[in-house]
Ligand binder design. Sequence first.
Ligand SMILES: [Zn+2]
Length: 94
Amino acid sequence: MLIPEEIKIGGFLIGIELVEHLVNERGNLGEYHPRTQTIKLDKDNTKQQNQETLIHEILEAVTSIYDIEMQHKDLSNMAVVLHQILLDNEGLSK
Ligand SMILES: [Zn+2]
């Protein structure tokens, strides 16, 4: 699973940036910023951490853009499950 430079969600183009010190300074592996339409991932995360975190932040963007109410615990669990399904079924999107 590749980390793209941008992703389209609900008509919005969301930029994906690898940034420094997100974990150290803010305690987050990643963040979704609706005002600037960006997802930030800590560049020091492992590849697997960034893949799972990207899916997590995509779900954050989806629930924000479509005004879907979801407990953060449920969103986090959903991201872990989707990450596993996408990695274990490489041909899914082809
Ligand atoms: Zn979150």
